[in-house]
Design a binder for this molecule. Structure first.
Ligand SMILES: Cc1ncc(COP(=O)(O)O)c(C=O)c1O
Length: 417
C-alpha cells in the first residue's frame, strides 16, 4: 500500500469530512519536505507555504539555526519532567519571553503544549484566581463573536464560530458573546465576569477580521474599570505576524494573561506559554490547595524550548521585525492592485503579514476551488468560507510575495471567469 492508501485506510484528519477525503477521486498532497517558504510534495512539486503550515511557521522551513539548536538539545536530552524539576532551557526561555514586557508586568510563564492549552490554562487560572481570592461569584467569561481560541472543551466554550462550537456549548462554561465594544459596554452582569478574551488586532478564523485602531486599548481600559481580567490570545498574532513581536505592543496594552503558541518555536515543535502578571501569580501562593493543579506530560519540553530560543535568536540575527514592516507594506501595495484589478475580489483585510482576500461570489465551495486552482501556480493556502487566507512565513521575499499574489489572482480568474 502506498502512503495515500494507508492514509485513507487508517488516518483521520482535523476539520475534515473523511467520507469525501477518502473517495478515490481525492488525491491528497503528501508534503515531504520544506525549504524556506517552499513546501515540496511527494511528486517533487513545490509550493509557497501561503498558510505558514496552519499559521505556525515564522522563519521558513529547515532553518539551519533552529535545526542545529534542536539537534544540539537532542544530544543532551529530549524530554524530562517539568513536574518536580526544572531545566536550563525552560528558565532561559521564560526569561527571554518576559523580557518583551515591562519588569513589573507579565513576569511569570506557565508552559503547555499548544494554542488550546495556552488558553485552557488562562481560563482555569482566571477561574481559580477568583474562587480563592474572595470573588467566587465571578465565574463567567465574555468572548467576541466569530472568535476562535482552540478545540479543547474549555477553549471551545469561548469559540464564537457557531458551526464548530454551538453543539458543545451546553457542556462548557458560561460564556457570553459580544460583537464589539459597544455590545460589551451594554452588557448587563459584569459583576459575574472573571475575564474577557480576545484575539488582539485581528481575528484569524473569523475570515481575518481586523479590529479598528484603538479598540484594544479601549477594551483594556474598560476591563480595568470593571475589575475584569483581560486574556489576550496571541496564539496566531504572536511572534511578528502583525508587524510587532506581539500584537498588544501596537496599542501599548498589557493584559493579565497572554497566550502564546504556534510561532513560539518558529513553527517547529508544539509548545505553548501562558504569561501572567504578578498579581495573578500571587493569588496562587500560600496553602497547598491554592496551587495551580494543572499540567501536561510534555510541559516545557526541552526540544521545544531549544527551538523557541533559536527562533528568538533568528529574530535578532535576521532583523525579522524590520523586514516584516517592509514586506507588509509591499503586501499592502500588491493587495491594492488585486482589489483594483480583479473584479471578483470583494474586500481584502490585512494586518501586518496576515491578509484575507474575500471573494464576491455565491458559487458553492468557491474558496476551496480557488485554493485548489492556486496549486497550479505554486501556492498552497487555505480558505475560510469565501476568504482566501494569506499568511506566509515572515521570511518570505518580495519575489515570493509576487509569486504568491499572482497565484491568488490567477486562481480566482480560473475559477470565476
Ligand atoms: C487565535 C487562536 N487561538 C487558539 C488556537 C488553537 O491553537 P492550537 O491549534 O495550537 O490548539 C488557534 C488555532 O488556530 C488560534 O488561531
Amino acid at each position: 500500500m502506498d502512503h495515500v492508501e494507508i492514509d485513507k485506510k487508517h488516518c483521520w484528519h482535523p476539520f475534515t469530512q473523511q467520507e469525501v477525503w477518502c473517495t478515490p477521486q481525492h488525491q491528497p498532497l503528501m508534503i515531504e519536505r520544506g525549504e524556506g517558504v517552499w513546501l515540496y510534495d511527494a511528486e517533487g512539486n513545490k509550493y509557497i507555504d501561503g498558510n505558514s503550515s496552519i499559521w505556525t511557521n515564522i522563519h521558513g522551513h529547515n532553518h539551519p539555526v533552529i535545526n542545529q539548536a534542536i539537534k544540539n538539545q537532542l544530544e543532551r536530552i529530549s524530554h524530562s519532567s517539568y513536574l518536580g524539576f526544572g531545566h536550563p532551557l525552560a528558565s532561559e526561555l521564560a526569561s527571554r519571553l518576559v523580557s518583551f514586557f515591562p519588569e513589573t508586568d507579565l513576569q511569570r510563564v506557565f508552559f503547555s503544549d499548544d494554542g488550546s492549552t495556552a488558553v485552557e490554562c488562562a481560563m482555569k487560572m482566571a477561574l481559580q484566581y477568583r474562587i480563592q481570592n474572595g470573588e467566587p461569584g465571578r465565574t463567567e467569561f465574555i468572548a467576541f463573536s466569530g472568535g476562535y481560541h482552540g478545540d479543547t472543551l474549555g477553549a471551545a466554550s469561548l469559540g464564537g464560530v457557531e458551526a464548530f462550537f454551538a453543539r458543545f456549548r451546553k457542556f462548557g462554561l458560561t460564556v457570553h458573546f459580544v460583537a464589539d465594544l459597544d455590545e460589551l459596554r451594554d452588557f448587563q452582569g459584569l459583576e459575574k465576569i472573571a475575564a474577557v478574551i480576545i484575539e488582539p488586532l485581528v481575528q484569524g478564523v473569523n475570515q481575518i477580521h481586523v479590529w479598528g485602531q484603538g479598540m484594544l486599548e479601549e477594551l483594556r481600559i474598560f476591563t480595568q474599570e470593571n475589575s475584569i481580567h483581560l486574556i489576550l490570545d496571541e496564539v496566531m498574532t504572536g511572534f511578528g505576524r502583525t508587524g510587532t513581536m506581539f500584537a498588544c505592543q501596537q496599542e501599548g496594552v498589557i493584559p493579565d494573561f497572554l497566550c502564546l503558541a504556534k510561532g513560539l518555536t518558529g513553527g517547529y515543535l508544539p509548545m505553548a506559554a501562558t504569561l501572567v502578571t504578578e498579581a495573578i501569580y500571587n493569588g496562587f501562593l500560600g496553602d497547598p490547595e491554592r496551587s495551580f493543579y494543572y499540567g501536561h506530560s510534555y510541559t516545557a519540553n526541552p526540544l521545544g524550548c531549544a527551538a523557541a530560543l533559536a527562533s528568538l535568536e533568528v529574530f535578532a540575527q535576521e532583523k525579522t521585525l524590520t523586514g516584516v514592516k517592509e514586506k507588509a507594506a509591499y503586501l499592502a501595495y500588491k493587495i491594492s492592485h488585486l482589489v483594483k484589478e480583479n473584479k471578483h475580489v470583494k474586500e481584502v483585510r490585512r494586518c501586518g503579514l496576515v491578509a484575507g482576500v474575500e471573494i464576491d461570489s455565491d458559487k458553492k465551495r468557491v474558496g476551496e476551488k480557488i485554493c485548489e486552482a492556486a496549486r497550479k501556480y505554486q501556492l498552497l493556502t487555505r480558505h475560510i468560507l469565501n476568504t482566501i487566507v494569506i499568511m506566509p512565513p515572515l521570511s518570505i521575499t518580495r519575489d515570493e510575495i509576487d509569486i504568491m499574489m499572482a497565484a491568488v489572482d490567477q486562481a480566482i480568474n480560473d475559477v470565476l471567469d
